[in-house]
Write a protein that binds this ligand. Sequence first.
Ligand code: 3SL
Length: 241
Amino acid sequence: MNLFVFHTPELIPSGKTPDCAIAIDVLRATSTMATALNAGAEAVQVFSDLNELMRVSESWAPEKRIRAGERGGAKVEGFDFGNSPLDCTPEVVTGRRLFISTTNGTRALTSIQSAETVIAAALVNRQAVVDYLLARRPETVWLVGSGWEGSFSLEDTVCAGAIAHRLQVELGVPLEDLAGNDELISAVSLYSQWQDRLLELLHHATHGKRLLRLHCHEDLKYCSQTDLLNVLPIQREPGVL
Ligand code: 3SL
């Protein structure tokens, strides 16, 4: 297995396609997607465009759908949810489809559509993603951070490092055997330094600070937990996990 980290979707090399591509948006899109599926959502359908989300979800009965829209960290007016994983309780999401559009996370997922396998990962479902990689052993794996509007996000890169670190431990191989690029090595170093203080790291992150200003302390706490959910959000048809 050869692992590559790309800090943002913009850094993905053009003209190349990996066997498996993993989108990461710890704060908070992929944490929310994993939580919704774990809580019993029928599926998660991802949109870059809010109007398109509204149009497609219109054909679903209101009791069978939840519309989640986030821009700049805040809930979009007229939507059922913003982008908090804490809203995704079994009472609310079981049997319903989550139609979701967020600032960066859904864009990251859209940017890796050409990969044979597309997965959404966060710290909360790290081990489930690692288990999948160990079972399937794809040749080339991309770990793609969502970032924030084109810039690096600490929390996505530390999650990429958490996945790679766990894989390395379970495979019992030197990191060099897995590393496809230097970014992978730096992501593992970041994780190794902060693995016992992930919530603190999220408080240092620019987007963490943005969410704290929006009073999302509980979201940060929740998203900083590792291996909480045994769920693998894997794409079953374009845009649907
Ligand atoms: O950028 C995104 O996709 C979101 O996850 C951002 S937020 O955490 O909802 O603010």
